[in-house]
Design a protein around this ligand. Structure first.
Ligand code: GAR
Length: 202
């Protein structure tokens, strides 16, 4: 049976592009929808090039918040599409509690650090400034906190030789692309369960 995946983006959309490209390459039966809170998002053009449907949430002001109208619009988009999974890929808005409640364990995020280290904004800069030698990326379910939901999988990245935040970001991004695709596939096509904070695949 065909699966449905909504990918939410705000900017560049490289994770989105890699998720879609790798799915095409493996002939996975997935229908994608790309949703953006930003009409200027570079990722929208990438999605169109891949012939994937895109929608922009219109009723939003700049910033991290999702106002009521925006929230209603997002809920309507999701209801109409009825996704099996909602993947946040550089989506720079706090998901409203109503949406989380309705889609709990269907909304997944990728974060560019080994959580619970370096939550929130500019995780790569936080890691670089702190001087850690190993960082990485984390894919986790969304809950009511910021980057606090149950961890699905993580990958380590050696950043000990990186000389700038940009270098750290690029090293981590390469791993993000691999990890997000692996996790998406497992969530869609295998059995899993969540007990307390532990996510098990079997
Ligand atoms: C990625 O590094 C992602 O992990 C990060 O934004 C970047 C988006 O890049 N997300 C967060 O920091 C979320 N807190 P992309 O648009 O090229 O996929």
């Amino acid at each position: 049976m065909e699966k449905k995946v909504a990918i939410l983006i705000s900017g560049r959309g490289s994770n989105m592009e890699s998720l879609i490209n790798l799915s095409f390459k493996e002939n996975l039966k997935i229908e994608f929808l790309v949703v953006s809170d930003n009409p200027e998002a570079e990722g929208l053009k990438k999605a169109e090039k891949l012939n994937v449907k895109t929608i922009v949430i219109k009723n939003l002001k700049k910033g991290w918040k999702m106002e009521r109208e925006g929230e209603e619009e997002l809920l309507k988009i999701l209801k109409d599409f009825s996704p099996d999974l909602i993947l946040l890929a550089g989506f720079m808005r706090i998901i409203p509690p109503n949406v989380i409640e309705k889609y709990y364990l269907k909304i997944v995020n990728i974060h560019p650090s080994l959580l619970p280290s370096f939550k929130g904004k500019d995780a790569q800069k936080q890691a670089f400034d702190y001087g850690v030698k190993v960082s990485g990326c984390t894919v986790h379910f969304i809950d009511m906190g910021v980057d606090t939901g149950p961890i699905i999988d993580q990958r380590c990245v050696d950043i000990s030789k990186a000389k700038s935040v940009e270098e750290v970001s690029n090293l981590i991004l390469e791993k993000e692309h691999q990890l997000y695709f692996e996790v998406m596939k497992k969530l869609l096509f295998s059995k899993w369960k969540v007990e307390n904070r532990n996510v098990y695949f079997y």
